[in-house]
Design a protein. Structure first.
Length: 385
């Protein structure tokens, strides 16, 4: 395979990116409306479970998706995740009890536990190592566009046509993602027919030692992600930003701006140099956020964080696929995602606990996240090649 763009980025690559856009838009379009919906069902006290149940299942399912990706194929794993989105989205209008809703959130998490694992393994099959960082940046950009555009579309649909229409629209977007995937040829050369024994996972399916370094850095930096997305809305309100969604827009836009550049640079100069810059930038951004007392400084801080996060994510994904055993790429990718979700979950819990709804605790909350990002920088700095 040559390194020219027209040979590297073939039609299957772009189809996976487009499918990813619709997939991420599908389940993200309903997120802003779910807290109010759960309250209307009588479950106001369970709002914290909306994201945590989803994340829990995504993390638990990673070893299974990694193993299945390496045995039955990348495409079936991607298809399964998208199909979960279709089924769950259609079930929300039917299961209208609090228990039913929380059950669906738990099941819905299987979607992100499967599809992204298959996507990254698929791309690592068709993209040469010297262009992999750039490719992961493009895939991440597509997913981020879905995450950014989904809530806007979902909010409009819910306002104009109601929540049931929003759920059906979410299912339709996931269905488009599935239709696109059916036109993609499998890249796993030793594909097996699915058997129940493929669902048996052991310690090696939960952790791939070859990707320990990028996985550790992912966990340390993902802690900041969980903290930011848990505490930033309250911080925005404290400094007088009424539309708290704007802060997430700043993060998304700045992340999009840098993803392609960072991925391309990591292909040329190496993963470690890019991560040294992005992790220290992340630590600095979190300090700026923690010290912010005005709208302007908070916006500067979250933009810096978006640049750091957008540089870190595709570089770590590319590095994990570089280091993975060619026969078990799904396992390597799954390990990285397990550490990511572990970091996000701990960041959400730890950030919420440190903040404790007290504005005086903003600094210590973000300082803790900055310390962990700094630890990843020091680790990379002194790690032997």
């Amino acid at each position: 395979m040559t390194s020219s763009s027209n040979r590297v980025y073939t039609l299957p690559f772009w189809l996976v990116c487009i499918s990813s856009l619709f997939f991420f838009a599908s389940f993200n379009m309903m997120i802003p409306e779910l807290p109010a919906y759960l309250t209307s069902l009588g479950g106001a006290d369970y709002k914290g479970l909306i994201i945590s149940l989803f994340t829990l299942t995504a993390m638990v399912s990673r070893p299974f998706s990694g193993k299945l990706s390496d045995t039955i194929g990348r495409v079936p794993v991607m298809l399964f995740g998208a199909m979960v989105c279709v089924v769950c989205s259609l079930a929300y209008p039917v299961l209208t009890s609090v228990a039913g809703f929380l059950f669906l959130r738990l099941v819905h998490g299987f979607s992100t536990g499967f599809t992204p694992t298959g996507q990254v393994a698929f791309l690592s099959d068709i993209i040469p190592a010297q262009r992999r960082g750039e490719a992961m940046g493009l895939l991440g950009t597509a997913g981020t566009l879905g995450m950014a555009g989904g809530p806007a579309i979902g909010g409009l649909v819910a306002y104009e046509f109601g929540l049931n229409a929003l759920f059906y629209c979410s299912a339709f977007f996931a269905l488009i993602s599935i239709v696109i995937l059916f036109s993609i040829r499998e890249t796993l050369t030793t594909k097996q027919r699915f058997e129940v024994q493929h669902l048996r996972v052991g310690p090696t399916d939960f952790f791939e030692p070859l990707v320990w370094t990028p996985s550790l850095v992912m966990a340390l930096t993902a802690f900041a992600y969980g903290t930011v997305f848990t505490v930033i809305p309250d911080f925005g309100n404290w400094v007088g930003i009424k539309n708290k969604g704007l802060l997430f827009t700043y993060i998304t836009v700045s992340s999009l701006f840098v993803r392609l550049v960072a991925g391309r640079v990591s292909d040329r100069v190496g993963r470690r140099p890019v991560l040294l810059v992005s992790t220290i930038l992340m630590a600095s951004a979190l300090v700026v956020v923690g010290l912010a007392e005005t709208k302007s400084w908070l916006i500067i801080g979250v933009v810096m964080y978006g640049l750091a996060q957008g540089s870190t994510s595709p570089t770590l994904l590319a590095w994990a696929t570089d280091l993975s055993n060619p026969l078990f790429k799904g396992r390597g990718v799954a390990t990285l995602y397990i550490f990511m979700e572990l970091g996000i979950g701990l960041g959400a819990l730890g950030g919420g606990w440190l903040f404790a709804n007290e504005p005086d605790n903003f600094l210590i909350t973000f300082a803790a996240a900055a310390c962990l990002s700094s630890v990843s920088f020091v680790y990379l700095l002194f790690r032997k090649k």
